[in-house]
Design a protein around this ligand. Structure first.
Ligand code: NDP
Length: 278
């Protein structure tokens, strides 16, 4: 049988760990497939998507900065991806391109696998209102989080996102100056901003004086593995959860959408951790 083709579109794309992770997954699952990284500039995105059909690629991941723009070129968008307003996984079903978003479900699965914590009824303080925040906020709401406070540097974006998910659960948009009023009452504090990401490792998304021992503090960033926010939270006695699991599980869900078989998560994690340590 011939080799099945997969890939990822991004700009930049050089540092993506998706190729090593997915190629390892196909190998472990005994699937004859190859996953390649494509440097696709914004003005070439439409051509690149038409290339998926023309070349018979079975599946494509989409990363920064194309997750929103790619939607206009697809034939169908899954309901969750529609609400989130972003696609990170394309499935080619006999020439019909269907868009999904596995970021939010990947985050929720990682949280459950790595902390054992159920979200039902819990209150969450979510920092940020960008693309990653949208996917995670939607997944948390669908998972039954009791109340989601969304705080963002640009407050209007937080208010808009809170409105979007308020059909699923209670959600309130705040400015960063309003954290003090809600932080003691939440169980989770979750950073979805890029504050603290390499190379800005000294940045904090919130004043860490507000963190408490009863919090579970979670960060989507996985470079560095432990951000300054998580380090300071741990020093306060809080439990912490990093972003690497989300990256692995968003890829695992894409693998499952494409192949219909369970992803070999342990092998995927091993190869990504090894590559980050190099
Ligand atoms: P976006 O550019 O869409 O959003 C960035 C967000 O961060 C906005 O809410 C922005 O606020 C806020 N922000 C940026 N800088 C600061 C700062 N210095 N202080 C306070 N707020 C700030 O990015 P994404 O949502 O796509 O990505 C966000 C982070 O999530 C990145 O670090 C990324 O690496 C990580 N991520 C991790 C994934 C994983 O698999 N683990 C998957 C996807 C993302 P404003 O609206 O005011 O500009």
């Amino acid at each position: 049988s011939h080799t099945i083709l997969y890939g990822v579109f991004g700009d930049p794309i050089r540092h993506s760990r998706s190729p090593i992770m997915l190629n390892r997954a196909f190998q472990e699952a005994n699937i004859n497939a190859v996953y390649a990284a494509f440097h696709v500039r914004p003005d070439e995105l439409g051509d690149a998507v038409r290339g998926i059909r023309a070349l018979g690629y079975r599946g494509i991941n989409v990363t920064i900065p194309h997750k929103v723009e790619v939607m206009q070129y697809l034939d169908e968008i899954d309901e969750g991806a529609q609400i989130v307003g972003a696609v990170n996984t394309i499935v080619n079903e006999n020439g019909k391109l269907i868009g999904y978003n596995t970021d939010g479900i990947g985050y929720v699965r990682s949280l459950l696998e790595e902390t054992g914590i159920e979200l039902t009824g819990k209150s969450v303080l979510l920092l940020g209102a960008g693309g990653a925040a949208r996917g995670v906020a939607y997944a948390l709401a669908k998972e039954g989080a009791g109340c989601i406070y969304i705080a963002n540097r640009t407050k209007e974006r937080a208010v808009e996102l809170a409105e979007t998910i308020s059909v699923y659960t209670k959600a309130i948009g705040l400015g960063l100056d309003e954290l003090g009023e809600v932080v003691d009452g939440v169980q989770f504090v979750l950073n979805t901003t890029s504050a603290g990401m390499h190379p800005h490792v000294d940045e904090l998304p919130m004043p860490t004086e507000l963190l408490r021992e009863h919090h579970l503090v979670s960060d989507l960033i996985y470079n560095p593995r432990i951000t300054r926010l998580l380090r300071e939270a741990e020093a306060k006695g809080a439990r912490i959860h990093g972003g690497l699991g989300m990256f692995i599980y968003q890829g695992a869900f894409a693998f499952e959408y494409w192949t219909g078989t369970p992803a070999p998560v342990a092998a995927m994690r091993q190869v990504v951790e090894q590559s980050l340590a190099e």
